[in-house]
Design a protein around this ligand. Sequence first.
Ligand code: GLU
Length: 292
Amino acid sequence: MPPVFRFAPSPNGYLHLGHACSALLNFDLAQRSGGRLLLRMEDIDLSRCKPEFEAAIYEDLAWLGIAWEAPVRRQSEHFSDYREATDRLAAQGLLYPSFESRGEIARLVAAEQVRGTWPHDPDGVPLYPGVARSLSPEAVAMLRLAGAPTALRLDMGAARRRSGELSWAERGAGPSGETGTVAARPEAWGDVILARKETPTSYHLSVVIDDALQGVTDVVRGRDLFWSTSVHRLLQQLLDLPQPVYRHHSLVRDAAGAKLAKSTGAASLRELRAQGVTPADIRGMAGLPQFA
Ligand code: GLU
């Protein structure tokens, strides 16, 4: 069976050099190994994802010389697949509803910080203090009746007791050079959200479900997602899904050494193109060889 790669952008802005690096690397690896390249739109955030960004992604990838298989999977068209997964986890007693707003969570964390240092996840966000885990069934019913919006969180302690030790095969490297067999540490993320208030899924859940449904064998993506793989391995284990191999690549950085991001105004591929930059230049700027 040929290996299956995928590029999975979120159509909430224009692609920049970091995306080009990921997309080209996936394309080159697929070409070199006689593998397939799939494209997936990670558009679960309906308020930020726009059809014009999706159209621009197709245009930019074609300009780079990348070919992908049809059809493109759009996550927003598959919410029932993610619901089925949360139903399975709920049936194992591994999910609980939480009702707090971001502001309420910030206040809970601040209260914890008065008592001592409070742990942060690998992205630097304070862990959820887990208060909703101990709500009584009556309190949950009352909150639901009052129409409080609900997110579903994974009970990480219970999930870890069920999963046992986990690891993944890493062909790239993590932030501190981790490679080979890497021990998963999903507990570093606390009780992660698997279904948001406004959408019946989350990045972690939909990426895992889709990689399995699409038969992805090789996940090639930026190093910023390295430690997310811990959560992905845990979900694969709990949902009995196959595990791909992973290759996390180094990030393209700006002149100040920061990771490129739409939010900090990184030049988009279309801006670079308008300035006369060629696809061959983009390969050079992303540190990739000219030919697959
Ligand atoms: N949609 C994610 C992003 O644009 C990538 C997800 C992944 O490759 O696992 O950053």
